[in-house]
Design a protein around this ligand. Structure first.
Ligand code: NDP
Length: 242
């Protein structure tokens, strides 16, 4: 249990890493706002957390909608007086080779993984500046540093997420912490939405070595719990992932 409760927003909290992170932070005594599009999943998770004494609330959020994202942050601050941490975690990964020309899926990755992150930053930054404090956490990926076949667009969005988050870190006053969390392969629903058969097949070999989402959650909990002048970066991967 942490000694000081923080008000924390987790995007993409309806499954996988986001759900595990939100659950862990609520169990640690923070108030967690779980945001995503699947309201039923969020409500079920909040109910489970409340049953064990966790403080959490569910909010509908499509991160591609900039105005809704900004309104959500305003409402959190109006209700709780502040926002301490935003975890921009929502993401999609419909992998494919470029020559498959699944251009709508490229657009979806850009909209969620890059623009969604920017919308979260734009929504939280005015509050962090006014408070003179806050913590941005971006779920990027090991794919922010490499490219393999079928990953060009997805990893491209993660290169961008890394660069945008690093830009924040370089630009902002140190009273605002900025952390990139870059997981290797993690067990989640992320690969379930791959439509390209070649990419689906390629993912199978990675999935056998995946970390549980709780491994990322415990790292994020530790990162948040560090003293205000300690800012942690970046990669967490299965020991066997090369
Ligand atoms: P999941 O598919 O299990 O979770 C993705 C989450 O993103 C869901 O909660 C989903 O919620 C949410 N999401 C997707 N689109 C939107 C949207 N438009 N608006 C709001 N929320 C959205 O996968 P993971 O938990 O694995 O993914 C979480 C993050 O981790 C992603 O950024 C991913 O790129 C990253 N990552 C994952 C790795 C892995 O191996 N699993 C490795 C490295 C990074 P809903 O559909 O309800 O809106």
């Amino acid at each position: 249990m942490t000694t000081s409760e923080k008000i924390i927003l987790v995007s993409g909290a309806s499954s996988g890493i986001g759900a595990a992170v939100a659950s862990r932070l609520a169990r640690d005594g923070h108030h967690v706002v779980l945001a995503a599009r699947r309201a039923d999943r969020l409500t079920a998770l909040v109910t489970d957390l409340a049953a064990t004494g966790g403080s959490a609330e569910a909010r509908d959020l499509d991160v591609t909608d900039r105005d809704t994202f900004a309104r959500l942050l305003d409402e959190i601050v109006a209700a709780h007086g502040r926002i301490d941490v935003i975890i921009n975690n929502a993401g999609v990964m419909p992998l494919s080779r470029l020559d498959a020309l699944l251009v709508d899926e490229w657009d979806a990755m850009i909209d969620v993984n890059i623009k969604g992150l920017l919308h979260g930053i734009a929504a939280a930054l005015p509050h962090f500046l006014r408070q003179d404090g806050g913590h941005f956490i971006t779920t990027a990926s090991v794919g922010a540093h490499e490219v393999v076949p079928t990953s060009a667009v997805y990893f491209g969005t993660k290169f961008a997420a890394w660069a945008i988050t690093e830009g924040l870190r370089r630009e902002l006053d140190p009273s605002i912490r900025v952390t990139t969390v870059s997981p290797g392969v993690v067990d989640s629903e992320l690969a379930d939405h791959i439509t390209d058969p070649v990419a689906r097949e390629a993912m199978q070999s990675y999935r056998s070595s995946a970390l549980p989402a709780e491994a990322i959650a415990s790292t994020v909990a530790w990162v948040i719990d560090q003293p205000a002048d300690v800012d942690v970066n970046e990669i967490i991967r299965p020991a066997g992932q090369r």
